[in-house]
Write a protein that binds this ligand. Structure first.
Ligand SMILES: Nc1nc2c(c(=O)[nH]1)N[C@H]1C(S)=C(S)[C@@H](COP(=O)(O)OP(=O)(O)OC[C@H]3O[C@@H](n4cnc5c(N)ncnc54)[C@H](O)[C@@H]3O)O[C@H]1N2
Ligand code: MOO
Length: 497
C-alpha cells in the first residue's frame, strides 16, 4: 500500500496514540475526547454536570436496565400472564413470532430452538467413491440390481450402464459376505456392508475379484446414520440469529420454514431546526448527520425501521409524534439537554412516561435517556452530538432491541489496548479504535461532535474511569458491519505494517 492509498482509506490520519494527544482539559479539538474539558469548565456548566453526575447511572448498569426492560416487554407481549418474565422465546403468542420460508429467513432470530426433524445423516452413507464391501477381501464383484440403481422417480427410464449405487438411489438389498458393489459418495450403503473401499485403493484382477491395496478397517468411510444428530436433538437455541450457515443446517435438518421472532419496530424522530437534508452548511445551518446514519445502523442491529422523520423544535409536534407512534421503540435525536428548545424531557413528563435511565456516566453521550411510555412502548433519547448519539445507540438502543427481538445478550469480550488512553475522572469513555496486531489502537477525532474516527473504526473501546495503560484489557463493542469492511478489504491491515 502506498502513502497515497493510506491517505485515501482515512485510517492513517485518524490513528493516533492517545498519550500523544492534547489531554482533556486543554481543549476538545481535535478530539482527544475532551467533551468534559471545555464543556464543563464554566460555572453554570459545572453545576449542570454536577446535577447530571448525581442522577447519571453507571454505564454497565444503564445497559443492564435497557436489556431488562426489553426482556420484560418482550415477555409481556409473548407469554401468558403466568409465564416467567425471562421466557422470551415462548412461541405461544403469534403476535411476536412469524413463520418465515427458509429463503426469507436470513438475519431473523429463531423464536424456538432448532430441533432436528430427522437423523443426520438420515441413512448409512458412503463417504467416498469406491466399493461397498462385506467381510474380508478379496471380494467378488456384484453387479447392481436394476431396482437398486434405479432412480425411484424415473422407474420407466431405459436401463443404464452399471454405475453402481448412486447418491439419491435406493440400496435395500443386503450385501452378502465376500462381495463388493460399486458405490458413489453420498449413496446409501447396502445393509451388511462392513466398509467402503476408495476406488484409488482398490484393484480388480483378471478373474473379476476386487483386492484392497491398503488395510481395510471395519466401518471405514461409512458415515453412520445419526452421526451428526438424532431426530429431536436441539441443534440451536431460541434466540440464535439465522446466518447463511444456519439456513444450510435448517435445510439439512428438514425445515422448509422457521419460526422467527418478529423484528422490533422503530420510529426515528430527528429533532433540530438547524438541520439541512441537502447541500452545504450555510448561515449557521448544518447537515443532518444522524438521519442517514441511524436507520441503517438500527437495521444492522436487527430492527425494522418504520420511518425516519424530521420534527421541528416544537413541543407539541414532538408530543404528537411520540404519543402517536405505534412502534416498539421511538428513538429521538437531539433535544436531550437543558437548552431552550430541548423538548424531550418536558414531552416525556407530559406523556406520563417513566424515565428508566436519565443520563449515563459515559462520555460522550451522557444526556442519553431511556423511558417507558404509558403505552408500554419504549423511547430512547439520543443526544444530538453525532458521536454522542452513537454512544447512546450502543449503550441503550442495542441491548434494548436485542432483548425485544428475542436475542441473547452479546457475550462481552476484552482485548488489550496498545496505547495509554486518557480517562474521565468519574465516567466511562467509549473510544473508537481499530484492531492492529491483536491490540486495540485508539483513534483520534473522537470528540462528541465528530464522526471521522468512528467512520474508520472497528468498534468502541470501553475505557473505565481513570483511563487505561498500555496492555490493559478493555471491553470491546463491535460495530455490526465490521465483517463487511473486512470482506471488501477497504480498510487494509497492510497500512500499518
Ligand atoms: N449546559 C449544558 N449544556 C450541555 C450539556 C450539559 O451538560 N450542560 N451537555 C452537552 C452534551 S455532553 C451534549 S451531548 C449535548 C446534548 O444536546 P442535545 O441532545 O440537547 O442536542 P442538541 O442541543 O439538539 O444538539 C447538540 C449538538 O448536536 C448537533 N446536532 C443535533 N442533531 C444533529 C444531527 N441530526 N446531525 C448533526 N448534528 C446534530 C446540534 O446542532 C448541536 O451542535 O448538549 C450539550 N450541552
Ligand atoms: O459528550 Mo456529550 O458531548 O456527552 O455527548
Amino acid at each position: 500500500m502506498t502513502a497515497q492509498d493510506r491517505e485515501v482509506d482515512g485510517v492513517e490520519d485518524v490513528l493516533a496514540l492517545f498519550a500523544r494527544q492534547p489531554e482533556a482539559g486543554r481543549g476538545e479539538e481535535p478530539g482527544a475526547g475532551a467533551c468534559h474539558g471545555t464543556d464543563h469548565s464554566s460555572a453554570p456548566a459545572r453545576q449542570a454536570a454536577g446535577r447530571d453526575r448525581h442522577r447519571a447511572v453507571p454505564w454497565a448498569e444503564a445497559r443492564a436496565i435497557a436489556a431488562r426492560s426489553g426482556r420484560s416487554a418482550a415477555a409481556m407481549a409473548t407469554a401468558p400472564e403466568s409465564a416467567p418474565a425471562e421466557d422470551l422465546s415462548s412461541p405461544s403468542n403469534p403476535a411476536r413470532t412469524r413463520r418465515v420460508p427458509l429463503e426469507q429467513a436470513l438475519g431473523h432470530v429463531l423464536a424456538e430452538p432448532l430441533t432436528a426433524l430427522t437423523d443426520l445423516p438420515s441413512f448409512d452413507t458412503s463417504a467416498m467413491d469406491g466399493w461397498a464391501v462385506s467381510g474380508p477381501g478379496p471380494w467378488s464383484v456384484r453387479p447392481v440390481e436394476p431396482d437398486e440403481a434405479a432412480d425411484p422417480t424415473t422407474e420407466d427410464a431405459p436401463p443404464a450402464a452399471d454405475t453402481g449405487i448412486l447418491a439419491g438411489h435406493a440400496a435395500a438389498t443386503p450385501l452378502p459376505d465376500g462381495t463388493a458393489v460399486r458405490i458413489a459418495t453420498g449413496a446409501r450403503v447396502p445393509p451388511d456392508t462392513t466398509a467402503v473401499l476408495r476406488s484409488e485403493h482398490a484393484r480388480t484382477d483378471t478373474t473379476g475379484h476386487l483386492h484392497a491395496e491398503r488395510q481395510v478397517v471395519h466401518g471405514q468411510d461409512i458415515r453412520p446414520r445419526a452421526q451428526e444428530c438424532r431426530s429431536g436433538d436441539q441443534l440451536l437455541p431460541a434466540g440464535a440469529v439465522v446466518t447463511p450457515a444456519v439456513l444450510g443446517l435448517a435445510a439439512a435438518a428438514g425445515y422448509d420454514e422457521l419460526l422467527t421472532a418478529r423484528r422490533p419496530t422503530v420510529d426515528i424522530l430527528v429533532l433540530g431546526d438547524e438541520l439541512l437534508v441537502r447541500g452545504l452548511p450555510h448561515d449557521g445551518l448544518i447537515r443532518d448527520a444522524l438521519g442517514p446514519m441511524i436507520a441503517p445502523w438500527l437495521r444492522a442491529l436487527g430492527a425494522e425501521v418504520i420511518d425516519t422523520r424530521r420534527v421541528a423544535d416544537d413541543e407539541h409536534a414532538l408530543y404528537r409524534a411520540v404519543t402517536e407512534s405505534e412502534a416498539d421503540l421511538v428513538l429521538t435525536t437531539g433535544g436531550t439537554a437543558g437548552g431552550p428548545v430541548d423538548h424531550v424531557h418536558p414531552v416525556l413528563t407530559r406523556a406520563g412516561a417513566e424515565l428508566l435511565v436519565d443520563g449515563v456516566a459515559v462520555r460522550p453521550g451522557h444526556p442519553m435517556l431511556l423511558a417507558r411510555l404509558a403505552s408500554g412502548r419504549h423511547l430512547v433519547g439520543l443526544p444530538g452530538n453525532p458521536l454522542a448519539a452513537v454512544s447512546g445507540l450502543l449503550t441503550l438502543a442495542e441491548p434494548l432491541l436485542r432483548a425485544l427481538g428475542g436475542r441473547a445478550p452479546a457475550p462481552a469480550y476484552h482485548a488489550p489496548v496498545r496505547d495509554e488512553v486518557h480517562g474521565h475522572p468519574h465516567d466511562t469513555r467509549l473510544v473508537p479504535f481499530v484492531h492492529r496486531d491483536d491490540r486495540l489502537v485508539p483513534l483520534r477525532y473522537n470528540g462528541p461532535a465528530m464522526l471521522r474516527g468512528i467512520a474508520v473504526a472497528d468498534g468502541l473501546a470501553v475505557v473505565p474511569p481513570g483511563g487505561a495503560r498500555p496492555g490493559d484489557e478493555l471491553e470491546v463493542l463491535d460495530l455490526p458491519w465490521a465483517a463487511w469492511t473486512d470482506a471488501t478489504g477497504s480498510i487494509d491491515d497492510g497500512c500499518f505494517t
